[in-house]
Design a protein around this ligand. Structure first.
Ligand code: UTP
Length: 298
């Protein structure tokens, strides 16, 4: 991997997860299992794979499940050891020694921008990555390392973009862009949070990966609540895109790989099926069953 100076990842996990109630009544949505691993573990693994071993999780109410998942669990380990079940023990250890994980509690869930602002003290004056737990990026299609390389090269803030159906753009932040001399890298000239189809500047949607310059903190500090009464990261990035002289501007990397949106119920179910059918331990049994099941649907 190319040398870069980015070591920190921030993972906001303090949202209320209302779309998944009642599952998220006493558990953060980032703990929902995708096949047999909580979504957050895939995200931490992705950060580590991109060389980011220092992880700050911004947590909210019900944070204990998250902390426990990345901690030792002596009783369980002792039982598995006694039984000599090394395979399961290995699965337990995978999330314990994965990274250097820190936690910060976001008192009021005042929006994604507010969650990122909580990371200011921990991050300091370096560029850093932000990964959202509801977007899973397939580990076979690395995105974050490409974004880090672009940040290092351009000294700008970088967002991940995905081409979506124009009918879906109202669910995302949408980007107005100009091409650069590099394929799938664009300069962002403006951003709008959740625009109507008619007002969207393009069908390029921001997805949950960012590599940001620390100037974002002073911008967020002065960002008023926007859509939904929340402090929006998109609004801060819009201001940074308009002030490249001191923020370095904002660029987008257009992602063409596999991404699973686990923040939405239908997409969550699709993600589980897609990943499970591809697995060696589950696919051979699941695929024929799924074919038979779907043949019976009208
Ligand atoms: P979402 O808007 O998708 O999360 O935020 P939500 O509010 O939990 O979900 P619903 O719509 O009610 O189901 C995107 C990401 O930002 C985090 C969430 O945890 C999620 O990873 N977030 C959001 C925070 O950490 N703090 C906030 O105040 C808001």
């Amino acid at each position: 991997m190319a040398q870069h100076h980015i070591t920190k990842a921030v993972i906001p996990a303090a949202g209320l997860g209302t779309r998944f109630l009642p599952a998220t009544k006493a558990m953060p949505k980032e703990m929902l299992p995708v096949v047999d691993k909580p979504a957050i573990q895939y995200v931490v693994e992705e950060a580590v794979a991109a060389g980011l071993h220092d992880v700050l999780m911004v947590t909210g109410r019900n944070k204990y499940a998250l902390e426990n998942h990345f901690d030792r669990v002596y009783e369980l380990e002792a039982t598995l050891e006694r039984k000599g079940d090394h395979a399961k023990l290995q699965r337990v250890h995978e999330s314990t020694n994965i990274a250097d994980i820190h936690y910060f509690r976001q008192g009021d869930p005042m929006g994604l921008g507010h969650a990122v602002l909580q990371a200011r003290m921990h991050v300091g004056h370096e560029p850093f990555a932000v990964l959202l737990g509801d977007d899973l990026i397939d580990s076979r299609d690395p995105l974050l390392s490409r974004m880090i390389a672009e940040q290092t090269k351009r000294r700008a803030s970088i967002v991940a973009l995905l081409e979506v159906d124009p009918d879906q753009i109202h669910l995302y932040g949408a980007a107005a862009v100009e091409p650069t001399d590099e394929e799938d890298v664009v300069r962002i000239t403006g951003l709008v949070e959740k625009p109507s189809k008619e007002n969207a500047p393009s069908n390029l949607a921001i997805i949950g990966r960012y590599v940001l310059r620390p100037e974002v903190f002073s911008v967020l500090e002065h960002t008023e609540p926007g859509k939904g009464g929340e402090i929006q990261l998109t609004d801060a990035l819009q201001r940074m895109a308009k002030a490249p002289e001191w923020t370095g501007g904002v660029y987008g990397v257009v992602f063409r790989g596999r991404r699973y949106d686990t923040g939405d119920k239908i997409d969550y179910i699709k993600a589980i099926l897609q990943l499970a059918t591809e697995r060696d331990d589950l696919g051979p049994e699941l695929r024929p069953w799924l074919k038979q099941f779907s043949a019976g649907l009208d």
